[in-house]
Write a protein that binds this ligand. Structure first.
Ligand code: DGJ
Length: 743
């Protein structure tokens, strides 16, 4: 039984073969945190793990007891002002103006499996045996509020999923000002905090900082999870690297404003919290109403960052992503955005599709510019009907022409947005998020529709439904190209404005859910100016996301490497684009562009009719390669071997589940002269298998490749002759294919 409750010590122990998570009911009936980490044995009593020391001048709960101070006891879901003076996990404004809370243990339930979270994305199980859930029920008797803390421990993975639900069972009006999905107090501060930070076109850079006293936090107030900070942090023990050391990951299954905060007190206790950002959030809870937080996923690894990432990959690929495409290799697509931008018509698109089909591409995606008066980014958003000047046969006619070519057809939408120059805005100016009597800022000349208003969501559903229903569409790219500002909803009263940002995201989820329910065969790709909403919440609806608008192969090494910290290869949209690259003007070889893009969903983002014959041959070979290997790449186990953030070379690899095949991606940014000997130690192979290694044309045992290393020495020494199979020059790369012999 992976959840043990000891009645006499009132202790809960969640465990599987890899992890233990222990907390207990304290003497004041609140919950105290005892341990989170590598599995320890289940014992009758863990009270000796509860640290209480008498300290002078501290606030204590009980008279003549100087031990019991909430300032010092590690807690499970703390509130402010009862001795604990740190930022709390929960904050409720009561009718008398008080915020003091006292959630005391009342009961608990344990059950096999995992419940759905109403209206929210969440991990799931396919059989009840896969996980066990503990729900702990706490009550604040004075205000008659109930708090249910939910913990799901997965049987076969070092994963605990957590959420909280708050219910107003009393008569007074409560206002929830903060409700974290998780909080955990750790006994020391010897950690580095890892975050994924960035901006447009440089998303998810891996940053590390040593914990210090005080608050270190990341978050978003942008209305989307954002490209500035991804809703993920990890606490890695000092010295932890990719393959050794202890690390705890915290990932938030949510796509809106979030807070990931680590507060270290002056006794070195580290408090981690994750949830909806409390700024701009306040949620009136009338009698009988409840609020459900999104879920946060804790992953533990004692084998470094790679193991943590592999756990997230497996969980998110198989038990967060849903639908037909979850387990299917992804179609190789061509997207016309960088190939044409807004400048296209039906003939041009069909011409591109015909060539793409001849090259072996499987899906044509028509990007922005097909609807309303959309010839630039000043007009048209909101008018989801075809621009007949460009596409005289509409989307239905175009999609038929493309499917008649033998290709699938996909379409771009930006459902949440409107331009002022649109029929929709002219008809419903009140449907945008704008604060009355204040100036409204634009982003890319567009405004945000009020998705907290169900009428707006229904209107957009119907508009999209009409286009989809009339056409042969098997893929949708859902874009979102601006952050929110001056948020105010005309559909909400003055005391309900604090609900708008969360309800907005619920509206986005609702629209996704309606679309995937009605069109289960459509593959969705999420996008937000590239990767500004690349988060686990989106993965629940769209199994893949456009990783970044930066398609340069060198930049992509960092972006995809950072993204792989949490997200699986099968979720990363990655395309070969033209040179000079449109974002950085760099010229990289087409083979390197493909060698990077293979480690994702793979496709092209250029005008194939501008390729010369030699390039076309290469593209055909690339497509053949990807068709042969995409199952391994998208569903194998991914290992990061050398970081682009640390040097001139990047190396990563993917290994099949049966360990019979592997592909090593080796990328060298700048050419050096007469360089040193180089090897890279591989991972995940079978030590006893003998592998044929392409390029080197050697036979190596797995133990050799993992311990001696794969030889990647690049001997070019300034001679005009290339002795090393095309590895001369800058921005070069190689894929080493490993095949186990006689297996
Ligand atoms: C931003 C996306 O990231 C691009 O791929 C493209 O779809 C444009 N929007 C279109 O406006």
């Amino acid at each position: 039984m992976p959840v043990a409750y000891n009645e006499s010590s009132r202790t809960f122990h969640l465990f599987n073969n890899e992890i233990s998570y222990i907390f207990k009911v304290l003497e004041n009936n609140q919950l105290g945190q005892l341990y989170y980490g590598k599995r320890i044995g289940d014992r009758n009593n863990f009270d000796h793990l509860l640290e209480m020391r008498p300290r002078a001048m501290t606030v204590c709960a009980f008279e003549s007891n100087r031990l019991f101070s909430l300032e010092h006891i590690k807690q499970e879901y703390p509130a402010y002002g009862t001795g604990d003076m740190r930022l709390p996990a929960i904050d409720i404004l009561q009718e008398n103006g008080s915020r003091i809370l006292d959630f005391q243990f009342k009961d608990f339930h344990v059950y096999q499996g995992k419940k759905k979270l109403p209206s929210l994305p969440a991990t799931y199980v396919e059989s009840e045996k896969e996980a066990t859930t503990l729900e702990v029920i706490l009550v604040d008797k004075l205000i008659q509020a109930e708090l249910v803390l939910s913990y799901t421990i997965f049987e076969q993975m070092p994963v605990i999923a957590r959420n909280a639900c708050i219910k107003n069972l009393g008569d007074q009006q409560l206002v929830l000002d903060r409700a974290m999905a998780l909080s955990v107090d750790l006994p020391d501060m010897d950690y580095e905090m890892i975050e994924l930070t960035g901006a447009w076109s440089r998303e998810r850079t891996v940053k590390k900082r040593k914990l210090e006293h005080g608050i270190q936090a990341i978050g978003s107030l942008r209305g989307c999870s954002s490209n500035a900070y991804n809703p993920f942090i990890a606490l890695a023990r000092n010295g932890c690297d990719e393959y050794a050391g202890e690390v705890m990951g915290f990932s938030f299954v949510y796509s809106g404003n979030f807070l990931a905060q680590v507060e270290v007190d002056t006794f070195d206790v580290t408090r981690v919290m994750m949830g909806i950002h409390p700024h701009s959030f306040n949620w009136p809870l009338a009698s009988g109403e409840s609020f459900q937080t999104p879920e946060a996923i804790m992953v533990y690894s004692d084998q470094g960052l790679n193991k943590m990432s592999q756990t997230y990959h497996k969980l998110y690929r198989t038990r967060l992503a849903r639908g037909k495409y979850r387990d299917l290799t992804r179609p190789i697509l061509i997207n016309n955005w960088e190939g044409t931008y807004f400048d296209f018509d039906e003939d041009k698109i069909v011409g591109m599709a015909t060539t793409a089909r001849d090259l072996g591409i499987e899906l044509f995606v028509l990007d922005d510019g097909w609807f309303g008066k959309r010839n630039d980014d000043f007009a048209g958003l909101g008018d989801w009907y075809p621009n007949l000047d460009k596409l005289p046969n509409g989307i239905s006619g175009l999609s038929k022409k493309i499917t008649d070519l033998g290709m699938a057809f996909g379409l771009w939408f930006e459902p949440e947005m409107v331009n002022k120059d649109s029929d929709l805005y002219r008809k419903h100016p009140e449907w945008t998020l704008e604060t009355p009597n204040r100036h409204s800022s634009h982003g890319r000349n567009q405004y945000v529709l009020d998705f907290s208003n169900p009428e707006v969501v229904s209107h957009i559903f119907e508009a999209m439904d009409k286009v989809i229903g009339d056409s042969n569409i098997t893929y949708i790219k859902w874009d979102m190209n601006r952050c929110m500002s001056e948020v105010y909803s005309a559909s909400h009263g003055s005391n309900e404005q604090g609900k708008v940002m969360h309800e907005y995201i619920l509206g986005v989820y609702e629209l996704y859910e309606r679309l995937i329910t009605k069109y289960p065969d459509i593959l969705f790709e999420s996008c937000a100016s590239g990767g500004a909403r690349f988060d686990p919440g989106m993965m629940y609806y769209a199994p893949q996301g456009w990783t970044s608008d930066d398609t340069d192969a060198v930049e992509r090494l960092k972006i995809q490497y950072g993204t792989s910290m949490v997200y699986p290869i099968s979720s990363m949209g990655s395309h070969v684009s033209a040179i000079p690259n449109h974002q950085v003007r760099r010229n990289t070889p087409i083979q390197t562009r493909a060698n990077v893009a293979y480690f994702g969903t793979f496709g092209y983002e250029l005008n194939v009719n501008e390729l010369d014959e030699q390039e076309k041959k290469l593209v055909m070979a690339q497509i053949d390669f990807m068709k042969e290997h995409r199952n391994l790449i998208q569903f194998g186990t991914f290992y990061r071997l050398k970081s682009p953030f640390e040097g001139n070379e990047t190396v990563w690899m993917v290994v099949s589940e049966d360990q019979k095949q592997a592909i090593v991606g080796y990328y060298r940014v700048l050419q050096q002269v007469n360089s040193n000997y180089r090897r890279v130690k591989l991972m995940g192979l079978n030590p006893d298998y003998e592998y044929e290694v392409s390029i080197n044309n050697t036979l190596n045992y797995g133990d050799e490749l993992m311990n001696v290393g794969l030889i990647t020495t690049d001997g070019s020494s300034g001679e005009p002759v290339d002795h090393y199979n095309g590895l001369n020059g800058d921005y070069q790369s190689r894929l080493y294919i490993l095949k186990a012999k006689n297996q």
